[in-house]
Design a protein around this ligand. Structure first.
Ligand code: C2E
Ligand code: MG
Ligand code: MG
Length: 760
């Protein structure tokens, strides 16, 4: 809709309500120009009055006010409004009393529209041009010049410029209000407060009490076939307040109903004697009309301002609609129609500020193995599962709790103790989900935190605490729930400070490698080394890999660290080969996180290609935790590594959830029996059972068996007797720095002649 067609003032056909033009005429008819005559000579007052008697200027009569001194003039101006012109005597109490009054009018009273005509007894008493330009004076006359005719001409000019200045000022104030209104509308977010704003702003603009209604026609309502019951009041003020939310046909005031109806139907703005009904075009077919009771006649300036206002408001209405849409997009998850992460955090923040979190429990939960279901059964199926789950969540918690979707398969529930428990959340997963003709059981890992126990300092921290619980739950397996506790919180804090330190260590190269020999049991030959990562923190203390590796894994930092380890291990192999040890293999520990990383294989290839090291000199040690990737992926990954000629060892064997069917499929070259089993070899011979089982099994599968953590001759003898192929442990050598390793290797170059094995 173009601006020019937007606002058409429509005169009301109803005969007993005077029309606008008439209203304006009326206004003209009864508002006189006020003129203040200031002179210390009573005669001048009388002459002036006589001269102006019965005169109309620009169609309006005159009203004279009188002051007899400079001071009185100022007092009258201070108390009386809308004085258009002052006829001012220059010489009163003093020679220049009148000029001083002029100065005070402009500077002290700030009356800039007021026109001033100076009058003086004798011509040439005050320099004319200078005075006029200095004091913004309309005219300068000698008293003898003020005949009826001259006075009329002078006053007409003065009134015209007063009127223009006044209109300009009113327009300026009005435009200022419109601009203020617009910014306020944009800041307000809802259509309702927008509509309320419209009433207040129009009222403000016209200088009347806010009294009226704003209504909206239903979306896509065809203007021609407007139904009164599809038009609803969306804001109401003053006497009309009780009509809020009513439909048009429920409003008992016939004039209001008719005006609104007509405005909407004809898409026009109507100005009546007692009211104004504005029409605003909304977007998407929904339109607005505002009816304001205006018990004063509208001036021309008001009409023009309303015109600008309507155009502006139409734009604002569309902006508000757009804003709402953007707001919704930004805060609502479009798939399941739940508040998203931002919105959930916002809710937490608001409740925290108002103290409404007391007695509340926050839950953060993940659907277990959801990514796999998504991958194997398709995203559409995954989506329908999520929707079904949200249906259940709404049914179970919707009434008393705030639900949110924090991410892909992560949800939050915030609600009172009695409703939100581990059991109530777990029970959502009791029944299988039947969607898209498939029945599937789901489980979730659930973290819970009580506000009163955790006393978080921020919404983010509260959510962080729920995550601590969730992580604990996950560490216990699938479908588990865990509450946040202070101890868990401290643990998490320690991990986070560890991670910070680790980031620094990586940047500052505070990490280094040590190497531990692997010895062949029968020949006692050194057949390989294991590269082990070390970190000396800023205060010089060694931090155990058992502490920092899990933190690096969780944060993903292990990817960068692991690459550095691989690179350094290969460099060490090159150095060793230059030192004459070229048949040594290097074991490098690799975490699941690294293996899963898409850049892992390309990087390994690149590192090997840039070195003179043969692929089979490198062996990757992988723990059974890799099982979480699922057999098929693990086998595919390990086969790809094997295809490059790189060796593979299953590390810490016996500590994970080893599955025999599983191990059969792994293309590994070695099994490393975990240290915990070797320890037992010293005492109770029955404890050796597992080692006795693993060794022949490894051989059956075509793998070498290595024993880790061999510390004593007794352990070594037992392993030898069982047929264990290789050992690694303090008995032969601790993990060493490169220089110590070189010395150690030189010493052990000819083990048969140099090394005396202790007797069994
Ligand atoms: P792991 O791969 O099983 O390494 C063997 C661990 O046993 C090493 O501990 C080693 O110092 C220790 N050890 C060797 N012989 C003996 C012995 O006779 N007695 C005793 N008590 N301990 C012995 P470390 O160096 O503390 O490493 C612990 C774990 O940290 C490693 O277990 C490995 O899982 C992980 N790790 C170490 N370096 C790296 C690395 O570069 N990358 C990755 N992803 N993990 C690493
Ligand atoms: Mg290892
Ligand atoms: Mg190990």
């Amino acid at each position: 809709m173009s601006e020019s067609t937007f606002l058409q003032f429509e005169d009301e056909p109803d005969a007993d309500v005077p029309q606008v033009a008439a209203a304006l005429d009326d206004e003209v008819a009864y508002s006189p120009w006020r003129v203040l005559v200031t002179d210390d000579d009573q005669d001048v007052h009388e002459t002036t009055e006589f001269a102006l008697l019965g005169l109309h200027i620009l169609g309006q009569p005159l009203e004279l006010l009188h002051a007899y001194s400079a001071e009185e003039c100022i007092q009258v101006l201070k108390t009386q409004k809308n004085i258009a012109v002052v006829l001012l005597d220059v010489v009163m109490e003093t020679e220049d009393a009148g000029l001083k009054v002029v100065e005070r009018i402009r500077n002290e009273l700030g009356l800039h529209q007021l026109r001033i005509v100076l009058r003086t007894g004798q011509p040439g008493q005050t320099p004319e041009f200078e005075t006029i330009s200095q004091y913004d004076i309309n005219d300068y006359k000698t008293k003898s010049e003020l005949t009826r005719g001259k006075l009329f001409a002078t006053l007409t000019t003065a009134m015209r410029s007063y009127d223009q200045l006044n209109r300009l000022e009113l327009s300026r104030q009005g435009l200022e209000k419109i601009i203020q209104a617009s910014t306020r509308f944009i800041a307000d977010q809802g259509m309702q407060s927008f509509a309320e704003g419209v009433i207040t702003q129009i009222a403000g603009l016209l200088g009347i009490a806010p009294e009226g209604v704003v209504c909206a026609s239903a979306e896509h309502a065809d203007a021609g076939s407007l139904q009164r019951n599809t038009v609803t009041v969306i804001a109401a003020a003053g006497n009309c307040r009780h009509w809020m939310d009513s439909t048009l046909d429920e409003i008992e005031d016939a004039h209001i109903v008719e005006s609104l109806n007509q405005a909407l139907k004809e898409q026009k703005t109507l100005v009546h004697r007692q009211s104004v009904t504005l029409y605003f075009a909304g977007n998407a077919g929904s339109n607005f009309a505002a009816h304001i009771a205006a018990d004063i006649p509208l001036r021309e300036v008001d009409r023009r301002l309303l015109e600008v206002f309507c155009t502006n408001i139409s734009l604002c209405a569309n902006n508000v609609a757009l804003f709402n849409r953007l707001h919704e997009l930004a805060y609502t998850d479009s798939l399941v129609r739940l508040p998203n992460r931002f919105a959930s955090l916002e809710t937490l923040r608001n409740r925290m500020e108002t103290g409404a979190l007391e007695g509340q429990v926050l839950v953060k939960f993940d659907i277990d193995q959801f990514a796999q279901a998504n991958e194997t059964l398709g995203h559409a199926y995954g989506d329908s599962l999520l929707q079904a789950l949200v249906g259940r969540l709404n049914a179970q918690f919707g009434k008393t709790c705030a639900l949110g979707r924090l991410g892909g398969n992560t949800f939050s529930i915030l609600g009172p103790h009695r409703d939100v428990t581990a059991e109530s959340v777990l029970s959502v997963f009791d029944a299988p989900f039947e969607t898209a003709n498939m029945t599937r059981r789901l489980s979730a890992s659930i973290g819970l935190v009580r506000f009163d126990e955790a006393m978080p300092r921020s919404a983010e921290e509260f959510l962080e605490f729920a995550l601590v619980g969730l992580k604990r739950a996950k560490s216990q397996g699938l479908g588990r729930a865990a509450w946040f506790t202070r101890e868990l919180g401290n643990d998490a804090k320690e991990r986070s400070s560890l991670l910070q330190g680790l980031h620094k260590a990586v940047d500052m190269s505070h990490l280094f490698l040590v190497f531990q020999p692997k010895v062949e049991v029968q020949s006692e030959r050194v057949i390989g080394l294991e590269a082990l990562l070390r970190w000396r923190d800023e205060s010089g203390n060694m931090v155990s890999p058992d502490r920092f590796i899990p933190v690096a894994e969780q944060s993903g930092l292990i990817v960068a660290m692991g690459l550095w380890v691989l690179q350094s291990a290969i460099e060490t192999l090159t150095q060793l080969s230059q030192a004459g040890f070229d048949d040594i293999q290097m074991g490098v520990n690799v975490s699941v996180v690294q293996l899963e990383h898409p850049e892992f294989m390309p990087e390994i290839k690149r590192i090997l290609a840039n070195s003179s090291i043969k692929a089979n000199q490198l062996e990757l040690e992988i723990t059974e935790s890799i099982a979480i990737l699922g057999v098929d992926r693990v086998v595919a990954l390990l086969e790809a590594i094997g295809a490059l000629g790189i060796g593979l060892a299953i590390d810490d064997f016996g500590t994970g959830f080893s599955s025999l069917s599983y191990i059969d499929r792994l293309p590994a070259d070695r099994i490393k029996i975990d240290r915990s089993f070797i320890k037992k070899l010293d005492g109770d011979p029955r404890a050796a059972r597992l080692a006795r089982l693993i060794i022949p099994m490894g051989h059956q599968l075509g793998m070498k068996v290595v024993a880790e953590g061999v510390e004593t001759a007794t352990q070594l003898a037992a392993l030898k007797e069982m047929g264990c192929d290789e050992v690694q442990g303090y008995y032969y050598g601790k993990p060493m720095l490169y220089n110590d390793l070189l010395l150690w290797l030189q010493e052990h170059r000819h083990p048969q002649t140099q090394q005396q094995l202790p007797a069994n």
